[in-house]
Design a protein around this ligand. Structure first.
Ligand SMILES: NC(=O)C1=CN([C@@H]2O[C@H](COP(=O)(O)OP(=O)(O)OC[C@H]3O[C@@H](n4cnc5c(N)ncnc54)[C@H](O)[C@@H]3O)[C@@H](O)[C@H]2O)C=CC1
Ligand SMILES: O=C(O)[C@@H]1CCC=N1
Length: 258
């Protein structure tokens, strides 16, 4: 497929990098206003351009990875030269209905919510579309399946998916950072503490994904009676570990919904 990514920032670049590694049969074009920092993508086979409409007529899917306030400007540039295109938008808070109204019935609006782990083929990319675009959306689903998992969700959960799956990357990293900081306090240098903390989180996630059980079932296997784990967990909960995470996620959601 020919994939045209508009907005070569953090997310756009992670998708381009992921596609170059995990789905190299796709031809990627990526645009941004100043391309100097992303020209290295050309060495990986992508076309990098400052021109949003560069070969856009040939694209099978156009991916928007721009900020919400940049959408109207970009659409004003591309709409006069496209027709019958799939526009997959990762723009947070922009509904399918709003996007469809902007792009007209000649094009299809699909919402995607990847995260920056797309670069490593490990994104959880939630995807939503209207029934009329079901067939066209399959290409987008397949594309993002090559970059991790790509669950199809009801659009009403898309803001929640943004917080859980996209912002969630930052939340998970902050957990690892805190764990690493504690690791330094109890004797490790930061590099060793980071390596141990990150691998431990990866191992815990792999167990969950593999066994498909409730986390508490696995926690029960770790918490030896009268042992150190339950003592630590109870102390964390006394200080609001779970509740602060839940409150943070709900606050992020409020921020999107405005
Ligand atoms: N960063 C993330 O982890 C995620 C971001 N998103 C959403 O993706 C969108 C982009 O987010 P980021 O990549 O973080 O932002 P960013 O600021 O890193 O990237 C946006 C890019 O668009 C470029 N741009 C601005 N105006 C343009 C124009 N007229 N034509 C072409 N390119 C233009 C900018 O130069 C910049 O490189 C946002 O709507 C965000 O909500 C969604 C999921 C995850
Ligand atoms: O922080 C943000 O608004 C964007 C959307 C999710 C991840 N980054």
């Amino acid at each position: 497929m020919k994939v045209h990514i508009i907005g070569g920032g953090n997310l756009g670049v992670s998708i381009a990098l992921g596609l170059s590694k995990f789905s190299p049969e796709n031809q990627v074009t990526i645009t941004r206003r100043n391309t100097s920092s992303i020209l290295y993508l050309e060495k990986l086979g992508a076309t990098v351009s400052t021109n949003n409409i560069h070969q856009i007529q040939e694209a099978d899917v156009i991916i928007l990875t721009i900020k919400p306030y940049q959408v109207d400007t970009v659409l004003a540039e591309i709409l006069p030269v496209i027709s019958n295109k799939i526009i997959a938008s990762a723009v947070s808070g922009l509904s399918i209905e709003n996007l469809q109204n902007k792009i007209g019935t000649a094009n299809s609006a699909i919402r995607i919510m990847p995260n920056i782990a797309a670069q490593f083929g490990a994104s959880a990319t939630c995807i939503a579309f209207h029934e009329k675009d079901k067939d066209k959306a399959q290409d987008v689903v397949s594309l993002f399946q090559s970059l991790g998992t790509a669950p199809i969700i009801d659009e009403k959960l898309m803001d929640a998916a943004t917080v859980l799956a996209a912002s969630g990357t930052a939340f998970a990293l902050r957990y690892i950072r805190a764990s690493m900081q504690a690791g330094i306090e109890i004797g490790f240098d930061w590099q060793t503490a980071l390596a141990i903390s990150a691998q431990t989180v990866k191992g815990a996630a792999e167990m969950l994904l593999e066994e498909k059980v409730h986390p508490e079932q696995l926690i029960d296997r770790v918490t030896t009676p009268q042992g150190c784990t339950i003592a630590g967990l109870n102390e964390m909960e006394m200080h609001g570990f779970s509740s602060s995470l839940i409150r943070g996620i709900k606050t992020s959601l409020k921020q999107i919904k405005g």
